[in-house]
Each structure stands twice: as structure tokens, then as C-alpha cells.
Design a protein around this ligand. Sequence first.
Ligand SMILES: Cc1cc2nc3c(=O)[nH]c(=O)nc-3n(C[C@H](O)[C@H](O)[C@H](O)COP(=O)(O)OP(=O)(O)OC[C@H]3O[C@@H](n4cnc5c(N)ncnc54)[C@H](O)[C@@H]3O)c2cc1C
Length: 372
Amino acid sequence: MEMTQIFDIAIIGAGIAGASVAARLAGKHSVIVLEMEERPGYHSTGRSAAAFEPNYGPATIRALTRASRELFFDPPKGFSDAPLVLPRETVFVAPADQDEAFERLLAESQGLREIDPSEARRLHPKLRDGYAKRAVLDRGTADLDVDLIHRGFLRQIKDAGAQAICNAEVTGLKHGSHWTIATRAGTFHARTVVNASGAWASRISAHAGAAPIAIQPKRRSIAVVPAPDGEASDAWPLIGDVGETWYCKPQSGKLLVSPADAAPVDPHDAFADDMTLAEGIERFQEAMDIEVTRVEHTWGGLRSFAADGNPVCGYDAVAPRFFWLAGQGGYGIQTAPALSLLAAALIDGGGVPQSIADEGFDPAAVSPLRFG
Ligand SMILES: Cc1cc2nc3c(=O)[nH]c(=O)nc-3n(C[C@H](O)[C@H](O)[C@H](O)COP(=O)(O)OP(=O)(O)OC[C@H]3O[C@@H](n4cnc5c(N)ncnc54)[C@H](O)[C@@H]3O)c2cc1C
């Protein structure tokens, strides 16, 4: 296919990042989304733990998550037929050796309440007596329906008359009077390119001759295990240790258990690491009175980070009209509404939208220019 049309904006990647920013831009500009896989959401977006936790992550992430809350809890008309969230409380527990991390969490958080370990055991009846020295409760958290959210954005793209093309791996990027984009589905032309390629973001920037910002993919593994018989496990909170060495989230009569691993890897079609999972399940069983006799299935995914842990959102320092939307780490779903709004404003040459500025967000913290 040789498209002679010069699009205003070509977006590389149709995960939650690419889909959400395309949805914000498609009404105003001619937009094309290029995705290498057969379907959007095949990589990180389809593999998350689907949690909304506004007290998780660095300050910049927390501000973006708070600014994203409204879309999830009160979506615009027509975005989805069903609710995007299911409220679920979160309990963080700290054994004695995690006191420092616990103090930090308390100091930086909003709306968290320290509770007595006995209260934590009332909220989660399987928490072992004596494991937690301290505990906090977050009542502002929820399960996200990632598929519905992703589809909501994809529908907005379509309704605006724009297209997401699958099986269109970008293999080359060249800038002349505009960008010429070589893909496995043919050649495309666009004035602006948005790099929303997740774990592959550094590779795409190298194709474009953009600044060599390192976006490091880190593997995270999840095991699905049966919930104990006869327990109302779906009503349990998400629970994990403050030091992030394990967490457990109920889902449709099962439990998701993660070792909260973060091994640096090259971008690839990720899978769970069995040894890491086994060790994580061990730690989970030390904390929780739940015997894991069987693992039903497992998956792995990539959480991709810039060196300072903040996202990268803004125009490149070197390559003309090359826009970064990468490094969302373990928070790319819960921040997508605000980060896409910010990205669309910056792409258009505007400033930080008020709803994001109101959360005390500092745009310099996400600028690609911060790496010099
Ligand atoms: C186990 C796990 C648990 C997580 N839990 C949570 C959570 O509870 N809450 C939360 O908010 N976040 C969570 N995350 C993080 C979240 O999943 C990611 O931050 C988010 O999905 C990133 O979205 P993305 O669109 O940038 O990446 P992706 O979904 O990976 O999308 C990038 C896309 O770019 C495409 N692409 C790459 N190279 C090319 C190319 N050359 N040409 C064309 N297309 C290309 C890929 O095929 C891919 O579809 C979790 C992640 C993992 C792995």
C-alpha cells in the first residue's frame, strides 16, 4: 500500500497510550495509527493488573492518576455501555523491615489512613497474624476494565473517521519536508510522528534519529491461582506489602498473585518467569494464610521506564516534529486519560490543561528535554 495522503499525525502503537492520544486528536486532525501486531492491546496494555491506585508511583504519576479519575468513574456519554471501574479497597502492609518505606508512603500519599494490623486482618481475613507491623487502607482505589477503556478510545478514533491499521510494523522513519514512514503494510506520510510504541520506544527513536532516551522495559509476572473454597474472595481488598515484593488481587473467583518483579529485559513478547513466580508465591504465602496448590495460568508483561521513573511526553530535542509518549512504567492505564490529554495539548503547541495543572503537576518532569 502506498498512501499518498500526508496525514497531520501518525501514531506508532495502538496500546492504551497510542489509542488514547489518537482519540484526543482525531476530531481536529487527520490521524493514522500504525500497530505492528494483529490486534491492538497485544502487549503491555492487555497484560496489566488493571488496578487504579492514585497513591502508587512517583509524584508525577500520582498527579496524572488523580487527573485521570473522572474519565474512569464518570466517563463521557457514549464512551462505554458498562462501568469502567469496580471499586475495590487496597490494604498495604509493612513487616518490621519496611518501616522506612511505610513512612514515605504515609508522608507522600493523599487519603490514606493508617489502620491497626488487627483492622487489616478484619478487612482481609487471610492476612497472617504477626506479619504486618503496620498497615494502611486506601479507599479510593478500584479495578479497571482495561478492555472496555481501550475499546472506548478505539471507538472514538473510528467515530472521528480515523483509522488504526494493524500488521503495520514501522521499520523506517525519514524526515524530509514531512515524515515518510516505512511499514510492513506500506509507506505512510505524516507531518508529525508520535512515538507510543511502549517497550520499543527507544528503537523507534533510533529509527527517527531522535535523542537517545533510554526507555527500559522491565518484566512483571502474574500467576492466576484458585481462591480458597467457600470464601467471599471477590470482596477482598487488593493487598500487598509496602516494599513491593508481592501483591494479590481477587478477580472473578480467582486470585492474581504477583512477585512484583522488575527484571530489565529487551523489548519482546514477554512471558512469566517461573522461578521468580515461585519465589513470589513463597513470599505471598508467608504473609497470607492461603495455600497455593495449583497455578492455573501465568502471564508476563513489560513495564517500561525512563531512568528517573517518570513518563516521557513532549517533542524531541533533535528530530523535528517527533513526539514522545513513552515510559508509563506500571501506571500506563491509570494515567492514560490525563497523559493523553496533556500529550494532545502539547502536540498542538498548547500548555498543560487546567485539570492536570490543578493537581500540582510539573510538565518539566515529563519533558524529553530533561535528559539534556
Ligand atoms: C504485569 C503488569 C501489570 C500492570 N499493572 C498495571 C496496573 O494495575 N495499572 C496501570 O495503570 N498499569 C499497569 N501496568 C502498566 C501498563 O500496562 C502499561 O503502562 C501500559 O499498558 C503501557 O501502554 P502502551 O500503550 O505504552 O504500551 P503497549 O500496550 O505495549 O503498546 C505499545 C504498542 O506499540 C506497538 N509497537 C511497538 N513497536 C512498533 C513498531 N515498530 N511499529 C508499530 N507498532 C509498534 C506494540 O505492538 C504495542 O501494541 C502493568 C503492566 C504489567 C506488565
